[in-house]
Design a protein. Structure first.
Ligand code: MSP
Length: 651
């Protein structure tokens, strides 16, 4: 992505008018993951975030709290910083638009453009929305209602200062067309090009002090302040020394990537880029606009009471699962819906069952049978060879995804390997090899597993900076780390000794979640330093027997069949909706040869509740009902012999 020596990545500057929610945390986490990945690839990274502190909203929020604007933003900035600390954000700098180092650069830029004639004075009239701090044209507000906040707008005409944005329209279109990776993803690029098909107006950059005093004075018009975008966007160059420390500036500029949400793409892709053109500065290499996190009720907003607080989630589930979830669930660039149920499903499936369990089920066997030591063997089993080759390909796919900001794809690739490794454990059954004392093969199998854990852990580290080192410690190679760029299969040294694993991702059972929601002990002790819970016994027994604890992992419950219908073009399948007390599930069951839909509606059956959802004939089936073959070749559904409570656990 970047040919420059340095990789300079930025987040938006967050408005210092309110606390931050998961949407804001997401922009910063994306920049953090990117920074950690780039550092691990050996690049010199500079990661900037900060706060946007001027403007009417901030002024109003301060007034409401009986504080001066700066007292108000000082307090909020502390909260922002403490959130970034909690989320372990690895930024190199935090810029506040109220700092002198920033304000003097804004003044410098304003003077430059004023002298050049790119800022001019004119009358501005339009319909003004006070809460949104913006003018609308007559056409845009036929009902005199702000299209954004739906409050009424007032007609205003005043002397203003304008930036000649229109002068750069064609140059910008040409730049976008000549640089395919400049605005990403592709659909957002097309949106910007669509916007640029209309004649671009000039940008009003001033507010009279009579209406807004909380801003940066225009050096050529003392009764005016510059407002919002001209001030805030300049942070990307003011923080890195422009124009007073050009050595630093030249080392870092142009930015490798501005990460922004889709709502502020135009301001970045059009206002900012034309400002840079006017200042004769290079354009950033990439502007990436990600989508929004919404909840079941739509957009997160205080008035709807549906704000998701990142601190709560970290306290409840631990920092790394939180980071993982956000980036596994959202296709970077698209919107995603947050629900806690979905969080728990992903946690249990991907973290507890797949990644965590890979260590839990194998390392105790290594300790028991080979004194915890990995003996390096050349792969001889076809599956070991396959995994070695697969890992090399997975790394290449992962790098390709990360270089293109496809975080969800990068995680998907890692999990393909994690799941293949779990399957390999099932296929090779190391407990059997140990019983047979087939140590040659057993060592090969353990080496493949240990190497697989090490390999996946290095790849996942930018997403899970706390637990990855713990995983490496468990397999005994915390000291022999390699950089991501050098990571290759087979680097786990011969004779590496593992330690007794502690569960990193304790499974979230329904009762446990209720307890966590009530403020019980979280999965991790605190968000920053995740501590693993007490060790649990190995889940695999050499005789194929499982412990009672393991049995309890399968959640069986009583389900009541509410509806049943045939699945089109699938003779054997019925689509059922079942009531399990707390929710209604859809599932597909292969029972159509034995039961007619009307025969089973209203019946109570036993269902496996915590099975991963699967798509069957295009239907997402979430759960499995139990049945047994009858002596005459039929099928009998398993049901309670008396009426039981719907949804209750079967144990
Ligand atoms: N201050 C401006 C940005 C100036 S950049 C020089 C601003 N601030 S903001 O606090 O309102 O938003 C900051 C970022 O948070 C934006 O990228 C925005 O898209 C992101 N998010 C706010 N809510 C969000 C979600 N619900 N989901 C994902 N990101 C969203 O705009």
């Amino acid at each position: 992505m970047s040919e420059k020596k340095s990789f300079y990545v930025t987040t938006p500057l967050y408005y210092a008018n309110d606390e931050l929610h998961i949407g804001h945390a997401f922009s910063t986490l994306a920049a953090d993951i990117l920074s950690r990945y780039q550092r691990a690839m050996g690049r010199d990274v500079y990661f900037l975030t900060g706060s946007d502190e001027h403007g009417q909203k901030v002024e109003q929020a301060a007034k409401a709290r009986g504080l001066t604007p700066l007292e108000h933003t000082d307090k909020l900035v502390e909260k922002f910083k403490s959130l970034w600390e909690l989320l372990d954000i690895s930024n190199d700098d935090f810029i506040r638009t109220t700092e002198d180092r920033h304000k003097k650069v804004v003044v410098h830029a304003l003077n430059q453009l004023w002298e050049k004639g790119d800022i001019y004075e004119a009358d501005y009239s339009g319909w003004y929305c006070t809460p949104c701090e913006r003018f609308w044209t007559e056409k845009e507000v036929p009902e005199k209602i702000c299209p954004d906040c739906k409050r009424s707008v007032q007609e205003l005409s005043e002397k203003s200062y304008f930036f000649k944005m229109s002068a750069y329209q064609q140059k910008l279109i040409d730049h976008i067309n000549a640089n395919p990776g400049f605005i990403r993803p592709e659909n957002r690029k097309n949106e910007v090009l669509g916007f640029l098909r209309q004649p671009l107006g000039d940008l009003c950059i001033s507010r009279p002090k009579a209406r807004l005093s909380w801003g940066i004075d225009l050096p050529f018009a003392p009764d005016y302040v510059t407002y919002v975008w001209f001030d805030a966007l300049t942070n990307y160059i003011s923080a890195i020394g422009y124009p007073f420390d050009m050595e630093k500036f030249n080392r870092l500029w142009p930015a490798s990537c501005h990460i922004v949400g889709k709502d502020i793409l135009t301001t970045h892709a059009v206002y900012w880029t034309t400002m840079l053109m006017a200042l004769d500065l290079q354009l950033p290499q990439c502007i990436f606009a990600h989508g929004w996190w919404v909840t079941g009720e739509g957009k997160m907003s205080k008035s709807l009471g549906n704000i998701i607080n990142p601190r709560e989630l970290v306290a409840r589930y631990g920092l790394d699962p939180f980071r993982f979830y956000l980036f596994r669930e959202m296709v970077f660039g698209m919107d995603a819906t947050y629900t806690e149920d979905n969080f728990v499903l992903r946690y249990n499936a991907d973290l507890a069952n797949d990644y965590g369990n890979l260590c839990q089920r194998t390392l105790p066997l290594l300790i028991k049978n080979r004194e915890g030591i990995f003996h390096k063997k050349q792969p001889a089993l076809p599956q070991s060879l396959e995994i070695a080759q697969m890992a090399t390909q997975i790394k290449a796919d992962y790098v390709e995804a990360m270089e293109n900001f496809l975080f969800h794809d990068a995680l998907k690739h890692i999990w393909t390997l994690v799941q293949r490794l779990n399957k390999y454990v099932d296929e090779t059954a190391p407990w059997k090899l140990a019983k047979e004392q087939n140590f040659e093969v057993l060592d090969e199998v353990f080496y493949t597993i240990g190497e697989g854990i090490r390999f996946c852990t290095h790849l996942v580290e930018p997403f899970m900076p706390h637990l990855a080192p713990e995983f490496l410690k468990q397999i005994g190679c915390a000291e022999q780390r390699v950089s991501l760029s050098d990571l290759a299969w087979g680097q786990l040294p011969d004779g590496t000794s593992c330690t007794e694993p502690t569960p990193m991702f304790p499974r979230l059972e329904t009762e446990r979640i209720q307890n966590l929601k009530k403020g019980g002990k979280p999965a991790a002790e605190d968000g920053k330093k995740e501590k693993a819970a007490a060790p649990v016994k190995s889940e695999v027994n050499e005789d194929g027997l499982i412990s009672f604890d393991d049995f309890l992992k399968t959640e069986l419950c009583i389900a009541r069949i509410e509806t049943a219908e045939k699945v089109e073009k699938a003779d054997k399948l019925l689509k059922l909706t079942v009531n399990i007390g707390s929710e209604t599930r859809t599932l597909v069951a292969g029972i159509a040869d034995f039961y007619k839909p009307e025969e089973i509606i209203g019946r109570q059956v036993v269902m496996v509740k915590n099975l991963k959802p699967a798509k069957i004939r295009g239907i997402v089936s979430h759960g499995m009902i139990l049945a047994a073959a009858t002596e005459d070749g039929g099928l009998a559904l398993v049901s309670p012999d008396k009426l039981a409570q719907t949804g209750i656990r079967v144990k």
